[in-house]
Write a protein that binds this ligand. Sequence first.
Ligand code: PMP
Length: 369
Amino acid sequence: METRKLLMIPGPIEFEPEVYEAMNVPTKSHVAPDFIESFGRSLEMMKEVWQCPNGQAFIIAGTGTLAMDLAGANLIEPGDKALVISTGYFGERYADLLKRYGAEVVILRAPVGMAVPLDIIENELAGGDYKLMTFTHVDTSTAVLNHPEQLGALGIKYDILTVLDGVCSVAAEEIRQEEWGIDVDLTASQKAIGVPPGLALLLVSQKAMKIWEKRDTPVGNYYADWTNWLPIMNAYEARKPSYFGTPAVNLILGLEASLKIILEEGLVNRFQRHQDMSSLFRSGIEGMGLKMIPRHMNLYANTLSAIFYPDGINGGKFISKINEAGVIVAGGLLPDLKSKYFRVGHMGRVNADDIQITLKAIEYAIGNG
Ligand code: PMP
């Protein structure tokens, strides 16, 4: 039998045994009363985890990119101005996506390892007639953390919609969506939410839903159109059968189990644990003399680290040595720097033993590189 290795990439992550147990049942009808209950409870628990009690939750089969697409397709009309704050690869993806729906996109790009300063963002918002701004909570290519509270405040001040790509943050980095005025916080199941890949998850403010309702043009994407999905989400929350596209039944059973675990741990404890695991990992890495991509303490993410390879080391060989020591990590993602760094995810059920095993595997790779 193949020896099981520890999966420390930034998603998919290691999942809780209870999540697999919940999924490991014969698939039910999507209108079976007990499945309706699981779907409805999951929508309700999402609002607790996102801290957005009055928001509209959506659970749709697809990946994080579909979650990005849902926000873009429904909130952009041709000719709308959108500001994209890019801290890496996924900011660029959002800019491309919004253009497909006819947005006039302006991108503010941070140098690698940095965030875009708030005064530059504010200056741009003050001078432009923007409808919407997107930003990435943690860009998985750079491990740079944005501070959504500050960006949400700018959104309120300039009365625009704010869309947070929370794929690498929800259920691990602190978020108070409603209090911080974030209109959409979107994610995917395979990261800190703790469910195998295949669910696009999103929470939308009532302000954004009203703006969507008043669209002049139809949504240019049939599958993504909230016109099709809103009645389904409302029906499941009201514990009624409904159908538009077949839900990913077993994944939703896993989601229900994982959201329960997250809420049982408590959000404050969970955010703190992620912070503790991240600093434990970082101090080990710094102890080995390695350097991180984020350039300031307050830009370090709690969900993952992006680390430069030691000088003169072949990246591919380094990663396979880590693998040989029992741990799977990810290579670089930024096109220009790909061969210069690697990434380690530390989110979800990660504990201090996982961190120590990973640090030892990296040490082994340095010693045998
Ligand atoms: N945004 C961020 C920040 C991500 O990390 C990812 C996935 N790595 C995505 C979007 C896209 O998600 P998916 O791969 O599930 O489509």
